[in-house]
Design a protein around this ligand. Sequence first.
Ligand SMILES: [Zn+2]
Ligand SMILES: [Zn+2]
Length: 221
Amino acid sequence: MAKTTPNHTQAVSGWAALDSSGKITPYIFNRRENGVNDVTIKILYCGICHTDLHYAKNDWGITMYPVIPGHEITGIVVEVGSNVSNFKTGDKVGVGCMSASCLQCESCKSSEENYCDKVQFTYNGVFWDGSITYGGYSKMLVADYRFVVAVPDNLAMDRAAPLLCAGVTVFCPMKDNNLIGSARQNIGVIGLGGLGHLAIKFAKAFGHHVTVISTSLSKEK
Ligand SMILES: [Zn+2]
Ligand SMILES: [Zn+2]
């Protein structure tokens, strides 16, 4: 079992890569107890992001094994800490790529924690208590409420999961460039893959004309 800090008493089953072979295997590990700022989530779905494969195989040379990938997580709240007022038991929620940040810098204060120098990821990160973070290829997650989002009732939980990394990655540039609720524009999407197909759906939903640029003729239709 992985070594964790003393208050990590909750045994959870998940899937871990133990080395760079690319295999993931069943793995039991511990998560922290639900703290005052925490939300405990029973995980229902977790998307598979290509980043998960990079970490599993140590493609970037920074993987801390065992690594439990998964940062497109949706599930149901089963416990909330005493400081948490925006979530309650039974709520449908999601967790994306981040588990912690400094909460004080310019980026954090403008809801751009992803640009924080101290941002920590949902897995292969180091949480505030010094423990290594483990991701969503598991049954349960304890997350700080500031890194948990609500999933609306009209959005299926399995479909919501990929929006938490792939979706937000293409949604943000559209939002930042005022393409939501704006006049119809021509938008080019380079590559029709995991991110590209979501970019097309967003752009179309926002009323724009979309052109896909691809080198794969098979994707023309
Ligand atoms: Zn991702
Ligand atoms: Zn910060």
